[in-house]
Design a protein around this ligand. Structure first.
Ligand code: MG
Length: 147
């Protein structure tokens, strides 16, 4: 995994957010002002604009570049939380160059999720993004154990 992998993940996230924009906005309107999806898309669009820079980097600096851009473009609590996810992953992978194993990917993702948990002071059952991130981290670890 390298900067190109990071960019491919950003593109996949962008496609999914675009596909479900109306659904996410409608859900958010039930409890808030419905701007969450547009806040996220502003950040992901900014990342797409950094494609050449992100793709040219190794894995950890590519994640850190994306993290900093999200922090400066996504408002509210989401910016710092997504910064923590990507920066936490970058810290866990620093110095390892391009990441090759699923086991490494699972460990690095779990470190990012831990960073979000610490920043947000939230865990499983908190009706936050942690209710998705923690099970995904657990499943990734299981898949890595099963090779
Ligand atoms: Mg809102």
């Amino acid at each position: 995994m390298n900067g190109k992998t990071v960019m491919a993940c950003i593109e996949a996230a962008h496609a999914t957010l675009k596909e479900h924009t109306e659904e996410i906005a409608a859900l958010d309107q039930q409890i808030g002002d419905g701007d969450h999806i547009f806040n996220l898309l502003r950040g992901v669009d900014a990342l797409l604009g950094l494609r050449a820079d992100i793709e040219a980097e190794a894995f950890a600096p590519a994640l850190d570049l994306a993290a900093s851009k999200l922090l400066s473009t996504v408002g509210g609590s989401s910016g710092p939380l997504f910064y923590s996810l990507l920066h936490g992953m970058a810290k866990a992978s620093a110095g390892s160059g391009d990441i090759a194993s699923v086991r490494d990917a699972a460990r690095i993702f779990a470190a990012g999720v831990d960073a979000v948990a610490q920043r947000g002071k939230a865990g499983i059952g908190s009706k936050t993004m942690m209710d998705v991130l923690i099970p995904v981290a657990s499943r990734l670890a299981e898949l890595a154990d099963d090779d």
